[in-house]
Design a protein around this ligand. Sequence first.
Ligand code: SAM
Length: 283
Amino acid sequence: MHTHHEHHHPEHHHGDDLAELLDLDAEVLGDFHAGIVAWVGEHAGDPKRIVDLGAGTGAGTVRLLTRFPAATAVAVDGSPQMLHRLAGHAARLGLADRVRTVVADLDDGWPAEVGPAELVWATNSMHHMADPVAVLRAAGEALTGGGVFALFELDTFPSFLPEDQGVGRPGLERRLAAIMTRHRATDMPHLGGDWPATLAAAGLEVRAERRFTAELTAPPAAAGRYAHASFTRTRQGLAGDLDADDLAALDALLDERHPASVLHRTDLVVRAERLGWIAGRPS
Ligand SMILES: C[S@@+](CC[C@H](N)C(=O)[O-])C[C@H]1O[C@@H](n2cnc3c(N)ncnc32)[C@H](O)[C@@H]1O
C-alpha cells in the first residue's frame, strides 16, 4: 500500500489510488462482474465491435472480450494512465491485438476514432460526464442497427464493516456513507440520478433493467486491500467532514499496525450493488 509512504513519492497522485481501487474491485468482485456480463450477453447477441466508455483500468473491457471471443474493443478514457494500465492487463491476458485505446475527454464531443459498435458499455463512468445526455446521444448514433447500450451505475459505494467496527463509535461506515450522499448531491449531481429518464432524453429506449447485488461473507484474500483502497479514497474526500473520533477510527482501520486494521480483520463482508440498463435505438 502507498499510504504510509506517500510523502516519499512525489509522483504519486490520487489517480493511482483510483486505478488500484478499480483493479481490486475487479479482482474481489470477479463473480459479480461475470454475472453482469452474462446478463449483457443475453441482450447483445454476438457483438463484433464493442466500445467501453470511461473504461478505467479495463475491468469491463477484458471481461467483455473474454465473453465475446469474436469481438474487438475500443476502450475510451480521459486518462492516459488508466488506459496504459488497461493495455497492460489486456497484454497479460493475450488480448492486446483485440483492444484499441482512445484517450479522449467525452465532454469534448464524440471521438472520431471510435467508429460504429454493436455494443457500447459504460460502467460507473456516465455520472462523471458534464452532460450525460449528449454523450449517450452520440453513443446511440454510433450503434449499428440492433446494437445495444449497456449502462451500469452504482447507487451506493461498496461496504465492508460490521455495525460495530471495534474501534471508535459503532456505525462509522454508515456515517461515512451519509456524508458521501450529501457531498455527491453537489459534487456529482448525476450519481444516483434517474438513468432511464436520461437514456430516454438521449433518444434511447430501455429494453431491460436489473439490480445486481453481491454480499461476500467469505471474501477472497484481496478484500482487505480492496477495503483499504476504498477507505483511503474516502479519507481523502471526507477528512474535513469527520469529527476527531471518527477520523481516529478511520485512521486505525487504515493503519496496518492497528489490530482493527482492515488489512488484518477476518470479519469483512463485501457488499456491492450495480444498477443496469440495456437500451437501444427505437425500432
Ligand atoms: C469510476 S471509473 C470506472 C472505470 C471502469 N468503467 C470500471 O467500472 O472499472 C470512471 C472512469 O471514467 C473516466 N472518465 C471520467 N470522466 C471522463 C470523461 N469526461 N471522458 C472520458 N473518461 C472519463 C475516468 O478517467 C475513470 O477511468
